[in-house]
Design a protein around this ligand. Sequence first.
Ligand code: GDP
Ligand code: MG
Length: 199
Amino acid sequence: YGDFNQKIDYVFKVVLIGDSAVGKSQLLARFARNEFSLDSKATIGVEFQTKTLSIDNKTVKAQIWDTAGQERWKSLNVVPFYLSQEHMTFKINRYRAVTSAYYRGAVGAMLVYDMTKRQSFDHMAKWLEELRGHADKNIVIMLIGNKSDLGSLRAVPTEDAQEFAQRENLFFMETSALEATNVETAFFTVLTEIYRIIS
Ligand code: GDP
Ligand code: MG
């Protein structure tokens, strides 16, 4: 009946970031529960799921954080003209508070774009900048081009992403949450690298 008293050697916090609708929540669902849903609801607020696995005979609990991506930016960028300065300051402060809480203590990050949406890839630099501004400098980062099952709709050549990853010193993988391609490998690569660094 499960290992109720299983000893946990390490807990690694990993954050998912990227525009909305790129498949962050489905990648997490696939990794944590081996589930996928085509009509997944937009993530509201912040949530996390855990998965316990074994690395080098140690028990590692991965705590994967998921959030509504682009919506957080939208709430700042679209400012109705009637908003007061005080209200704007409130929104910016709340954004900063949520953002720093999200990145606090993270030792890994999955930077996700949709390989059929060029814009979601072009935004990677912005997400990376936010990540580097908030996270530990030793954080392990994996660039992920998701939805590789939609090959005929590809808008981001593999080489473009490889080049970006190399320049920014990131791991890189193309995945499909739908077909369960490379999802475990991507998370496992990040977790193993974190383990290698801290042990
Ligand atoms: P999030 O906003 O980044 O969390 O994106 P979701 O995980 O909610 O996914 C957005 C939409 O893309 C949903 O309709 C998903 O079913 C779909 N989706 C996610 N991953 C894949 C994938 O690997 N392949 C395909 N074809 N669709 C996907
Ligand atoms: Mg989501």
